[in-house]
Design a protein around this ligand. Structure first.
Ligand SMILES: C[S@@+](CC[C@H](N)C(=O)[O-])C[C@H]1O[C@@H](n2cnc3c(N)ncnc32)[C@H](O)[C@@H]1O
Length: 248
């Protein structure tokens, strides 16, 4: 259902691509490590930016998500590895590491951060964008998503303090660690599209009722918890995340 959501509403997450370009800023010939990059939403723009002499390794523990990535993009300098961030042992060095909306799934975040640090070359940059504790997005996940997602949603959302401690424990230069707000908005042509996207993205099939009733319930939750705005002829859903940025 994650793949269906991304395929049906390809423009919804335009701001996420903008955040990737701003903070990861992939450049020609760079070697980039993707962590929890799932079905490869960020693959096409990253591959385009690094060019044919760059290298992009996408790691994710879900073979289903990676199978969808393989349908979205194939390229000789793109490889995938079916591993969680906590189990990954790098065999090459990367200029940059990138993750979006995945780190909260890592059961051992201390080990995951060490693995990312070890994978980077000296001066290498890490950008982890995720849901943080205390945010409206954490409420959305711990409330409706945890109740109604067909797989459940147990998550370890970072606090600023724990994120900084993880960087310190892994060995990152503390003077080059920063956390920035990402005021993401996801954009849709109609309220129903917004509800359908979130319903599918989180596979919220356990909401009682017929599919249209489930979508209505999702829209209600999004309005109450995250905030939805009608601007001109489109709808914006607040999706407030943070980026943890560090340099080795
Ligand atoms: C919400 S999806 C995000 C996918 C992609 N980054 C995006 O923005 O579209 C979360 C991803 O985290 C992955 N994941 C789950 N456990 C993980 C772990 N231990 N380490 C790394 N990724 C994990 C899931 O398989 C899934 O692909």
């Amino acid at each position: 259902m994650y793949e269906q959501a991304i395929a049906l509403y390809p423009s919804a997450r335009t701001m996420d691509i903008q955040a990737m370009k701003k903070y990861l800023n992939p450049q020609k010939n760079e070697k980039i490590l993707g962590i929890g990059e799932g079905n490869g939403f960020f693959c096409p723009p990253i591959i385009e930016a690094i060019g044919e002499k760059g290298y992009y390794l996408v790691t994710d523990p879900s073979s289903e998500q990676l199978a969808n990535l393989a349908k979205r993009v194939t390229c000789p300098n793109l490889e995938t590895l079916t591993k969680g961030a906590e189990n990954f042992t790098p065999t090459t060095s990367f200029d940059k590491a990138w993750s979006f909306g995945a780190f909260h799934h890592c059961p051992d975040q201390t080990q995951a951060m060490k693995n990312i640090y070890n994978a980077l070359t000296k001066g290498g940059k890490m950008v982890i964008c995720d849901v943080f504790q205390g945010s409206k997005l954490a409420k959305h996940f711990d409330g409706p998503v945890a109740r109604y997602c067909t797989t459940g949603h147990e998550a370890k959302f970072l606090s600023d303090e724990f994120a900084e401690s993880l960087c310190y424990l892994a060995g990152f230069d503390e003077s080059k660690v920063k956390i920035v707000n990402l005021p993401q908005k996801w954009k849709f042509d109609s309220e129903n599209d917004l509800g359908d996207f979130v319903y599918k993205l989180h596979a919220m099939t356990l909401i009682p009722g017929e599919e249209q009733e489930k979508i209505k319930e999702v829209i209600k939750g999004c309005k109450e918890i995250l905030g939805v705005k009608k601007l001109g002829n489109h709808y914006e859903l607040n999706w407030p995340m943070k980026a943890l940025i560090a340099e080795k």
